[in-house]
Design a protein around this ligand. Structure first.
Ligand code: LLP
Length: 406
């Protein structure tokens, strides 16, 4: 929960906007960095979770690599300080233009997701007189026990190459003269909360697969286990920093590695989710036939996770937290302004009595928030506001102050 001083400053800024707590962000990255070093694990930040330049510049300054899934992410990560030699590039559908640009940049590895992709990259490298580093994304057929939309490591998913193609794959890798095979890549899903159980299972399956490739004559120098560490959406104040300790310890205890093999992970959400809050205001309070609606100025265009995955985000009324009156709580359906019935932040949420103009915090929105925003209904994109430069942001015109709040 924010202190009164900060709430007062935030209350002067035009909503909706994404507020980033830079102190929490740095502590999160520093914690991950220290623990990763203790366990000799290389971290590549999954850029897709949040592409904000200030965040990327700090993460790259800590020596992390970047995990990208589009040509633009590769170029952006590079501009934000990630050296080409620390950028890996995954994704089932890389276009020729995207491959060409990444090849020219000389990235650490293409994480290839199909046999055809390997043919194409080998061919392009040949034509341009280059050699491409290639890691192969394997589909290990493991249930990550998470939402079906963010499960990626089952045979029913489109990601990676499955076991039935392993022999063909090994053959192709050996014959492709313009690629340099560097290792195997896995990513089984996101928002994984059964950390020790699921990642131990992943490691054991990875050990078998690595051994199979090595028995068949390929040296696996890099083992990339992907991302997926979950965060506490229910209680972000109780658990502001994700459990990197358990994740890395589980990996250390379960992965079989030689001294010459590097182990990589690709966290996205766990590095940036908790430091971000989508700030919004109550526009109107409406009594429906059976319920009360709080109509907010932020909607599914700003954050699509609730509408798309039924995701839960904690919501707080920051203005009410400062009032000594209005002691009662009430159940509200909190909704956005977009013309879709799925534009709902939460149904039947218990909040202090809320009024027009109240500043509301939609918590844990630093990951997959701003990056998935759209301009649906021609809404403006919510800008970023940083905790260490609040005064600059307060200069923005707040039209709300021009009208009555009551
Ligand atoms: N590596 C690969 C290859 C990935 O596909 C992903 C995420 C990550 C790493 C990072 O995973 P994380 O540590 O963030 O769980 N939009 C969804 C999440 C989609 C995740 C896609 N891939 C959401 O809002 O929950």
């Amino acid at each position: 929960m924010l202190d009164i001083n900060t709430i007062e400053k935030l209350d002067k800024i035009a909503t909706p906007f994404y507020y980033y707590d830079m102190d929490l962000f740095r502590r999160t990255v520093d914690t991950a960095s220290e623990l990763a070093q203790q366990h000799n694990i290389m971290v590549h930040y999954a850029v897709k979770a949040n592409v904000e330049r200030r965040l990327l510049e700090y993460i790259s300054s800590k020596g992390f690599g970047a995990d990208c899934v589009s040509g633009n992410e590769v170029l952006h990560a590079h501009e934000c300080g990630f050296p080409a030699g620390k950028i890996v590039y995954a994704g089932v559908g890389k276009s020729d233009k995207e491959i060409y640009n990444a090849l020219k940049l000389g990235i650490e590895a293409f994480n290839c997701e199909s046999l055809q992709e390997i043919y194409v990259i080998n061919e392009m490298a040949h034509v341009h007189g280059l050699k491409a580093n290639v890691s192969v994304r394997i589909n290990p057929d493991i249930d990550a026990h998470t939402h079906k939309y963010v499960t990626t490591g089952l045979y029913e998913n489109k990601f990676g190459i499955s076991q039935h193609e392993f022999d063909k794959l090994i053959d192709i890798l050996k014959k492709s003269e313009h690629i340099n095979f560097i290792g195997l890549h896995f990513h089984i899903g996101s928002q994984i909360t059964r950390v020790d159980e699921v990642f131990a299972l992943e490691c054991r399956r990875v050990n078998e697969i690595v051994a199979y490739f090595e028995r068949n004559g390929l040296t696996v120098s890099n083992i990339n286990l992907g991302g997926g560490l979950g965060v506490d959406y229910d209680d972000p104040d109780e658990n502001p920093i994700a459990d990197f300790g358990t994740w890395f310890r589980t990996i250390s205890e379960n992965i079989v590695r030689r001294d010459d093999q590097k182990v990589h992970v690709e966290p996205g959400r766990s590095l940036v989710a908790q430091c971000g809050t989508l700030m919004s205001r109550v526009l109107f309070v409406k009594s429906g036939e059976t319920k009360n609606f709080l109509i907010m100025d932020a909607g599914m265009n700003d954050l699509i996770r609730p509408a798309l995955y039924g995701a839960y985000h904690k919501i707080e009324n920051l203005s009410a937290s400062q009032r000594t009156f209005y002691p009662t709580h009430q159940a509200y359906d909190i909704v956005g302004p977009v013309c879709e019935s799925s534009d709902v932040w939460g149904a039947g949420r218990l909040l202090p009595l809320s009024v027009r103009g109240d500043l509301m915090a939609i918590r844990s929105t630093g990951a997959y928030g701003q990056v998935m925003a759209s301009r649906y209904n021609m809404k403006d994109l919510a800008p970023s506001v940083f905790s260490d430069s609040l005064e600059d942001a307060a200069e923005a015109v707040d039209y709300f102050t021009l009208s009555s709040r009551a």
